[in-house]
Design a protein around this ligand. Structure first.
Ligand code: DAH
Length: 349
């Protein structure tokens, strides 16, 4: 065959082959095949020695033209492939700027902690220290030291979870009193403390009962402490929490670790004392227990009860929160439904 014919055929075949290339790998294969060292083009160049010298120039020119054409088309295809690849990538990474942004969920304080933090600040402001006893308490501190010996009938009210015969999930924070009393150095001044924390009691949970709740213990011991001091503090605290126009009253009560013992009521915030379903038509709502520290509690801790005396109080913080925020199910505090919790995000102070 005439070399010109061969070149023409090769050009047609080559161009058709280049046109079919779809990816980088075949592109390289086709490039090697068409313009590589062992390509047909090279072969044609080599066979030129058998051609008339006057035709050689033309064939040489022709071979270069075909090679340039191949290279040109191969480069075009290469650009095309790269472009397609970039487009695919862009499509994959495409960002829909019209989508709403992702919001981070910011939590807020638990309602019981709102009350607790506020009360802690309040008492710290009056020179009280905040103490924290263990949640797994010993029978010794929880009961014995607090004037509740093993056979005391008042233990029944606080039946709780014993881990063994001596250790239990504390049923009250009152044991904190004994722990502090035992080590306090009275030469440094009066003892003033609050002790907040979780307490546990065996109970069937319902809207008003929970086997776990939060208490805050209070204790002041010094010389010449009177019931008037106790009344003043309790009145100030309840008004601070429930509002200055609340009235308070003390009723006689019984606790093994205080004598005399009282319970404090606050005039109903709902009906202002007129009587409604919330206060069971009494006009009053019970909010805490308190009293003058029983001499046995002081003596148990090695303190001379003829010289020192004091008052103590115990607040149920769940109850405070329930009354303050009008919560109708104590279980809401512990089931952690964010829809419940979110309602208090603006209450933080
Ligand atoms: N510990 C008592 C209870 O859980 C509450 C209480 C009452 C604590 C009177 C006190 C107090 O410190 O003086 O029911």
């Amino acid at each position: 065959m005439d070399l010109f014919d061969r070149l023409n055929k090769l050009r047609e075949r080559g161009l058709a082959e280049i046109a079919k290339v779809k990816n980088e790998q075949t592109l390289n294969e086709v490039r090697v095949k068409l313009v590589g060292r062992k390509s047909e083009l090279t072969e044609i160049l080599h066979s030129m020695k058998d051609v008339d010298p006057d035709k050689r120039r033309d064939i040489g020119k022709q071979v270069n033209k075909v090679r340039d054409l191949f290279n040109h088309n191969l480069d075009n295809v290469k650009t095309e492939i790269a472009k397609e690849l970039a487009e695919k990538q862009l499509e994959k990474e495409r960002i829909d700027v019209t989508l709403p942004g992702r919001t981070t969920h910011v939590g807020s304080k638990h309602p019981i902690n709102i009350i607790l933090d506020d009360l802690e600040k309040y008492f710290i402001g009056m020179g009280y220290q905040v103490v924290q006893g263990p949640e797994i308490e010993t029978d010794h501190y929880c009961f014995e030291m607090m004037n509740l010996p093993k056979d005391h009938p008042a233990r029944d009210m606080q039946e709780t979870f014993y881990i063994d015969t001596e250790d239990l999930l504390r049923s009250q924070t009152s044991g904190d009193q004994a722990r502090v009393l035992e080590t306090f150095d009275f030469s440094k001044g009066p003892l003033k403390m609050v002790g907040p924390g979780k307490v546990y009691r065996r109970d069937d949970d319902d809207a008003t009962h929970s086997h776990q709740f939060m208490q805050m213990e209070g204790l002041v011991v010094d010389k010449n402490i009177t019931m008037g001091d106790l009344k003043g503090i309790l009145e100030m605290m309840t008004k601070h929490v429930f509002g200055q126009d609340r009235k308070t009253r003390l009723r006689p009560s019984y606790f093994p670790f205080t004598e005399p013992s009282v319970e404090m009521d606050v005039s109903c915030f709902n009906c202002d004392g007129k009587g409604c379903a919330i206060c069971k038509y009494t006009g009053w709502i019970e909010v805490l227990g308190a009293g003058m520290v029983h001499p046995n509690v002081l003596e148990n801790a090695g303190i001379d009860s003829k010289i020192y005396g004091g008052f103590a109080f115990g607040v149920g913080l769940d109850r405070f929160a329930i009354l303050k925020y009008g919560i109708d199910d104590i279980r809401d505090f512990y089931t952690n439904d964010v829809r419940f919790l979110e309602q208090f995000s603006k209450e933080e102070r």
